[in-house]
Design a protein around this ligand. Structure first.
Ligand code: ADP
Ligand code: MG
Length: 322
C-alpha cells in the first residue's frame, strides 16, 4: 500500500465535510465565524515515550486526540477540526484499521473533523494539530491570573499517575478500580463541560498534563505571581485511595501527570457566582494566588516549598509521568 492508498482507505471519509475544503487538496480551507478567534495547538506522541509499543492502536489514536483537545478546553475554545501527521514504520492494515476507528470515534464524540494531514514512513510518531474557536477576547490565558484569585481544579487529581503505576504493574488494584484507572490513562476526557461553564468567570486556565505543581507554575510564571495549595483539599478518586500508599496519596495529585483536568484561577466573588449558576459542576477550590514566585503547599501543620517536577523532554528531571 502506498501513501495515497493509506490516506484514501483510512483517513478520507465519504461523508460531507462541514468545511469548504477538506482532505484531498493542497490545503484545507476553514471559515472562522465573525467575532471568533481560531485557537490552535499541536501535540506529538512518540512510541516508547508517550505510549507503549503494544498498546491498542484505537486507544493510541483516541488518547492522542483527547490530549490535544484538552489544550483547547484549557483555553475555553470549542473543538472544530484537526490535522494528523502520521509517521509509520510500515503499512500494517490491521493496525491502521483499528487506529482510524479509534480516531474517528473520538473525533465524532467531540465534533472535531479530520480535515487533512501528512503520511510518511519512519518511526511511529503521531502528531495532531487541533483547531477550535473561542469568542474574541474570551480565551483563558496563562498570563491572566490576578492576586487573590482562588486556584481551582476539576475532577480528581493523581489518577494519571496511579493508572501508569497500575499499567506498569507496580501496584495492584481490584477489577473495577483497574478499569477506571486504565480508562483515565487511555481515554482522558478533555473537560469542555467545565471549560464552557468557567469561561465567563475564570481569569487564567491550564490543563494538567505534567502535574498540578508543574502546570500551575506555568500560570504563576506567566502571571508573575505565586500560588499556595492546601494539599488537604485536593480531590482524590476512590480508586486512587484504594491503591495508593500515604506518600503516593500526597505526591501523585501534586506531581503526577496525565490527568488532563483543568486548573484555573478565579476571583472569589466570581467563584461564588459560578457555583450558584452551575450547581454540581465537579470543581473545587484548592488554593490561592499570592505575590511572589513559585508554587507552595500548605498542610494544616506546615508550609512547604514544592519540588521541581514535571516531565521535561530535554531536561535531566525525569520525575512525574512520561
Ligand atoms: P501534499 O503533497 O500536497 O502535501 P499529501 O500527499 O501530503 O499532499 O496529502 C494529500 C492529501 O491528503 C492532503 O489533502 C492532505 O491533507 C491529506 N492527508 C495526508 N495524510 C493524511 C492523514 N494522515 N490524515 C488525513 N489527511 C491526510
Ligand atoms: Mg504532504
Amino acid at each position: 500500500m502506498d501513501e495515497f492508498q493509506i490516506i484514501n482507505r483510512y483517513f478520507r471519509r465519504d461523508s460531507i465535510s462541514r468545511f469548504p475544503l477538506s482532505v484531498g487538496d493542497d490545503c484545507a480551507l476553514i471559515d472562522v465565524p465573525t467575532g471568533q478567534q481560531l485557537a490552535m495547538s499541536i501535540d506529538s506522541l512518540v512510541e516508547g515515550v508517550h505510549f507503549f509499543h503494544d498498546d491498542r492502536p484505537d486507544l493510541i489514536a483516541s488518547r492522542a486526540l483527547c490530549v490535544s483537545l484538552s489544550d483547547l478546553a484549557a483555553m475555553g475554545a470549542e473543538p472544530s477540526c484537526f490535522t494528523l501527521s502520521l509517521s509509520l514504520p510500515k503499512a500494517d492494515e490491521e493496525w491502521l484499521t483499528l487506529f482510524s476507528q479509534g480516531l474517528f470515534n473520538t473525533a465524532d464524540q467531540y465534533g472535531c473533523e479530520l480535515i487533512g494531514g501528512d503520511t510518511v514512513c519512519g518511526p511511529l510518531v503521531i502528531s495532531i494539530q487541533v483547531h477550535g474557536t473561542v469568542p474574541r477576547g474570551a480565551a483563558m490565558k496563562r498570563s491572566a491570573a490576578q492576586l487573590g484569585d482562588l486556584v481551582c481544579v476539576s475532577g480528581t487529581l493523581g489518577d494519571g499517575a496511579a493508572s501508569l503505576a497500575v499499567l506498569k504493574q507496580q501496584i495492584e488494584v481490584g477489577q473495577a478500580d483497574h478499569r477506571y484507572l486504565k480508562d483515565r490513562y487511555y481515554q482522558p476526557q478533555p473537560r469542555f463541560d467545565v471549560a464552557m461553564c468557567i469561561r465567563d468567570f475564570a481569569n487564567a486556565a491550564i490543563d494538567i498534563s505534567d502535574g498540578l505543581v508543574a502546570d500551575l507554575n506555568h500560570i504563576c510564571e506567566a502571571s508573575r505571581l505565586a500560588a499556595c495549595i492546601s494539599t488537604e483539599t485536593l480531590p482524590l478518586s476512590h480508586s486512587l485511595l484504594s491503591c495508593a500508599t500515604e506518600r503516593q496519596r500526597r505526591d501523585w495529585p501534586l506531581y503526577g501527570g496525565d490527568d488532563y483536568q483543568l486548573c484555573f484561577t478565579i476571583p472569589p466573588e466570581k467563584y461564588a457566582l459560578l457555583s450558584a449558576q452551575h450547581d454540581g459542576l465537579d470543581i473545587v477550590a484548592v488554593g490561592r494566588m499570592g505575590s511572589g514566585k513559585g508554587v507552595y503547599c500548605e498542610t494544616s501543620q506546615e508550609l512547604l516549598t514544592t519540588k521541581r517536577a514535571g516531565y521535561q523532554h530535554f531536561g535531566d528531571t525525569k520525575e512525574g509521568a512520561e
